[in-house]
Design a protein around this ligand. Structure first.
Ligand SMILES: C[S@@+](CC[C@H](N)C(=O)[O-])C[C@H]1O[C@@H](n2cnc3c(N)ncnc32)[C@H](O)[C@@H]1O
Length: 188
C-alpha cells in the first residue's frame, strides 16, 4: 500500500459517531441525492457517508464504492449488512491505478470524493475516470481536510479537475474542510 494512503485503523475513527459533532453526513450529501439515483463514492473508508447515502437513495438506488484497502471494504460491507442496506451498496476493491468502473460510464448521478483526492498520486486521471461515469447534468462533491491540504493544494486539485473536464459550480461550507461542487464543463 502506498505510504500516502491513510492507515486502515484510521477508518474506525473516521466512521465513529463522534465525528458527527462536526460532520453530519446526511446534511452534507442530502442536497445532491434523491430516491433511485446511482452514486459513485471514491475512497469510502468504512462507510461514514456510504450508509447514510444508501438510506437516502432508497431501495431502487445504488451506492458504488471503490477503495484501495481491503480492510476498509470488508468493514464497510459488514456495516452495510448490519444496517440491512447491503443490496444498495456495491463495494469494490481497486488497485489504486484505476477505479475500474467502466461499466458505469454515463450512469452515475452523483459522485462523492470526501477526504480522498490528496491520497491519490494522479489526481487528473482520477477526475477523468469520475468524469466518464457521470451523466451530463451530474454533480460531484469534492471535499478535502484543511489539516492535510492547504488552500494552494486545493486550488491545484481544482485545476486538475478542470483539466479533466470538471468545473466548479459552487463552494459549499463544510466544517474543517475545503469544499467544491463540480459539474461537467459544458464546452468539453
Ligand atoms: C481519509 S480516508 C476517508 C474515508 C471517507 N471518505 C471518510 O470521509 O470517512 C481516505 C480513503 O480513501 C481510500 N483511498 C486512497 N487512495 C485511493 C484510490 N486511489 N482509490 C480509491 N480509494 C482510495 C483510502 O483507502 C481510505 O479509505
Amino acid at each position: 500500500m502506498p505510504e500516502h494512503v491513510c492507515p486502515w485503523w484510521i477508518g474506525y475513527l473516521l466512521a465513529s459517531p463522534l465525528r458527527r459533532f462536526f460532520h453530519k453526513p446526511e446534511e452534507i450529501v442530502k442536497p445532491y441525492l434523491k430516491e433511485g439515483v446511482t452514486v459513485l463514492e471514491v475512497g469510502p473508508g468504512m462507510g461514514f457517508f456510504t450508509l447514510p447515502m444508501a438510506r437516502l437513495v432508497g431501495s431502487q438506488g445504488k451506492v458504488v464504492c471503490v477503495d484501495v484497502q481491503e480492510k476498509m471494504i470488508k468493514s464497510l460491507v459488514r456495516r452495510g449488512a448490519r444496517a440491512e442496506l447491503a443490496e444498495r451498496i456495491n463495494a469494490r476493491l481497486t488497485s489504486g491505478n484505476s477505479l475500474q468502473v467502466e461499466e458505469f460510464a454515463n450512469r452515475v448521478d452523483f459522485a462523492l470524493l470526501f477526504a480522498v483526492v490528496h491520497e491519490v498520486p494522479d489526481q487528473e486521471k482520477l477526475f477523468r475516470e469520475v468524469h466518464a461515469t457521470l451523466k451530463d447534468d451530474s454533480l460531484v462533491l469534492l471535499s478535502e481536510p484543511k489539516g492535510h491540504v492547504t488552500s494552494d493544494e486545493f486550488s491545484q486539485t481544482l485545476a486538475a479537475a478542470r483539466r479533466a473536464g470538471l468545473e466548479v459550480i459552487a463552494s459549499p461550507e463544510i466544517k474543517r474542510n475545503h469544499g467544491a461542487v463540480l459539474g461537467k464543463l459544458r464546452s468539453k
